[in-house]
Design a protein around this ligand. Structure first.
Ligand code: ADP
Length: 379
């Protein structure tokens, strides 16, 4: 059963469950700037908190007296089946991992905590939660019930087993592996993420094509958002040379469509890497104040890859769904041809301006400029 609350209320709450105060406080410090953090000193307190408030993500220690991590996970999922729960463990045991996966765990991380890893896992969890929440919201209000049931079932059935697979991969990555095994495991992980991205593209496109419901706005740090996107891309593309130029004194917090902006930048950067595997990518991030309460952000993602022929640019072909350029060998790069169609729709929804400039065989520059609000007293 899922709590039915307004989406804006569920944004960015993180529940940390650990009977030991030290690890609990350390996690609080890691996440407090980005999330509204709640602490629970045990399973019972976590269950009580989750029945009063909606938590998109929870981090639960496995080894706790009275109600252990697995039982806490099971109870939290009963309260909100969409909640993303990450289990922390000091010892690996296949049995506990199996139970965690059976109850729908989203991540399984070994202690001591790797800060970058846990940040990435929690950020992916929040994305997935927002994605499913947006999908449910838009289908609930706009799509015929047969389509709604189909999309909901599809997203659940396709995402849940893959979360289990990714959970096992994370677990295996922390074991002793030789170089060949590590290489194989990384490839499986990369394929799993690609699979999840493809499914999410299809669902995202269906959501945008059938319905035009706005996602919830949230308060976020645009710099952290960009760093998270880049660090996840670098994990799978260590050869790509991504440079970031930031205008100094960026505001720490802005208010707007974080999930949509993240999707757009993620897809544009994915393309910059895909069509330019070993070349240079430059991301520049600028801003200017429009008024006391409004700011315009401008992101330029420039690559030195295959570029786009003038004819395709002129006819705006690349923004058409399922379009992939005939020229060159686009097909050999894979993909469905939905990424830019989704970006185009998301930008329109956010009131953003999406532009592309390109010289064939020299590279592309995709620019997104979008207005955000400045929350009072936070900058
Ligand atoms: P996909 O990447 O799945 O093919 P997209 O909608 O993201 O789909 O892109 C559509 C087409 O636009 C791509 O197939 C490619 O031909 C072209 N394209 C997009 N981004 C770039 C880029 N950075 N460099 C060169 N071509 C690009």
């Amino acid at each position: 059963m899922k709590n039915t609350m307004n989406t804006s209320e569920i944004d960015k709450r993180l529940l940390i469950v650990d009977d030991e105060i030290g690890p609990r406080k350390s996690l609080n410090v890691i996440f407090k700037d980005e999330y509204e953090v709640f602490e629970a000193a045990g399973g019972a307190e976590a269950i009580s908190l989750a029945s009063k408030k909606n938590f998109p993500v929870a981090i639960v220690d496995i080894c706790m007296p009275e109600i252990n991590g697995i039982d806490t996970l099971r109870e939290l999922k009963k309260i909100n089946s969409n909640m993303e729960v990450v289990i922390l463990t000091a010892y690996e045991s296949l049995d506990t991992a199996m139970s965690a996966i059976k109850y729908g765990v989203s991540g399984y991380l070994k202690k001591p905590i790797d800060i970058e890893k846990i940040r990435n896992v929690v950020s992916s969890c929040l994305d997935r939660y927002s994605f499913l929440d947006n999908l449910e919201n838009s289908v609930r209000t706009n799509i015929e019930s047969a389509q709604r049931d189909f999309l909901h079932m599809l997203s659940h059935e396709l995402n849940t087993p893959m979360n289990g697979i990714v959970g096992f991969i994370e677990l295996l990555q922390d074991t002793d592996l030789d170089e060949d095994q590590r290489f194989a495991l990384n490839s499986i992980k990369e394929c799993s993420y690609r699979w999840l991205d493809t499914i999410n593209d299809i669902l995202d496109y269906s959501r945008l094509a059938y319905a035009n419901v706005s996602t919830a706005k949230s308060i976020f740090n645009p710099h952290t958002l960009l760093i998270n996107i880049i660090s996840r891309k670098k994990e799978f593309n260590p050869d790509s040379n991504i440079k970031l130029i930031l205008q100094p004194n960026f505001p720490n917090t802005i208010l707007g469509y974080e999930y949509d902006l993240k999707s757009v930048l993620d897809k544009l950067l994915a393309n910059a890497i895909k069509f330019n595997p070993k070349g240079n990518i430059l991301i520049s991030f600028m801003y200017r104040f429009i008024s006391e309460k409004k700011i315009k952000l401008k992101f330029d993602i420039t690559d030195s890859g295959t570029g786009i022929p003038p004819d395709d640019l002129m006819r705006n072909n690349i923004f058409k769904p399922f379009y992939q350029m005939e020229s060159g060998n686009t097909r050999s790069y894979g993909g469905l041809g939905l990424g830019l169609a989704i970006c185009d729709r998301l930008c329109r929804k956010m009131g953003a301006n999406l532009k592309v400039e390109s010289v064939a065989n020299k590279g592309c520059c995709f620019s997104v400029s979008v207005n955000f609000e400045l929350p009072e007293n936070l900058n």
